[in-house]
Design a protein around this ligand. Sequence first.
Ligand code: UGA
Length: 433
Amino acid sequence: MSEREPIGVIGVGWVGLVTAAGFAELGHEVYARDILSEKIDALRRGEVPIHEPGLEELVAKNRDRLHFTTDMADVISNAQLLFCCVDTPPTYSGDADLSSVERVVEELGDSTDHALVMKSTVPVGTGRAIQRRRADVGYVACPEFLKEGAAVQDFMKPDRVVVGAGPESADFADRVENLYAQLGAPIVRTDVASAEMIKLASNAFLATKISFINEIANVSEELGADVEEVARGMGLDERIGPHFLRAGIGYGGSCFPKDVSALKQLAGNSGYHFQLLSSVIEVNELQKRRTIGKLQKHLGSLVDREIALLGLAFKPHTDDIREATALVLAHRLMGEGAAVRIYDPVALNNAGDMLAGATTCKSAEEALEGADAAVLVTEWPEFRELDWAGTVKDLMRNPLVVDGRNFLDDEALRAAGFTYEGIGRPAASAVEA
Ligand code: UGA
């Protein structure tokens, strides 16, 4: 059991709240601060502002050890290890916007016996730059690898924990290591720049894997192979592994698009053109738009066609719609003159005016009523449970399904009289031929 020590968490977003609740669960007192007073008020009432499986329960269970505040002084006076979990969104140029991190550094004030433990994803070199200005404060790079939708589980059972520090912050880094020791994961101890690079390179590699399998899917469609079989056969090679080989309509979310661009931009700024990542990004953009071609193949012009989009969140089990493929698709479809009807079990409230012009629906059935085609965008389990052969078939004007995640039972749909288009799966006629 690690020694218990009070912990500060600065920025109570996805990463911050999971980190705070996770350390509280491990027995530490946690002082978590956010500048948004409504968010802090809600958390004090026990309300969790994001949809993340298991998080509400974890926060409720550890209420006594979780101290939510808007006041940085509360955190600084109670904890020495300050986990920085603020956002680093992309700027128009593709660089990371570090203004929230900068504000945290400023807010350290004259405290000297503290360490900033950087969980936010930052460009390589950020830690060194901060240390140059604040040599009186410790600095530990401790990138976060949790996935939305599985964040609590990822906190408790990480594949690895990366702790990067220079010799001057070695004691603080040891303390961070101790905090994670009881989770039993391998700890990778590095210098600061390498830890920063591990984070960006990991996300860029995973995104590369996705764009790679998506291109294999596109070629498979032409050549009559089935990408699901191909991925299964490839994934059994231990050097390749089975994960992140699911072909689909492109990756989204708050991390992959941002981090791939950030690494490409960072390389460019240092004088190196990262050719591969340019292609990864381009393939992903094209992949999102291929659905339009699939619909046109069967429907011809999309003018005045009713298209049902099933799913808005960038992936299931989250209400996050940042860089969600559904948003791009909805606007491309409306641009082609189609009427878009969209349903998501949890994410629609976050859309605001981003879905202006589309009809938001209260159920999948409502979206599917009178539709000329259904596009499955997010693989929410409830979409598989729909009565496709009965209710859905009766509701739709035309039984065409484009399954953007190869999630539905293609054979059952075809047997029920649907025209089914997956990603990288041969059309029925090609199989029969
Ligand atoms: C990703 C990484 O997986 C985390 O390790 C990392 O900590 C996080 O970014 C981050 O940097 O904060 P996340 O964006 O939550 O996590 O979601 P993923 O499950 O990785 O999915 C990202 C996107 O890739 C989704 O749109 C998903 O549908 C897509 N995807 C994923 C595929 O298209 N195919 C796959 O095989 C896997």
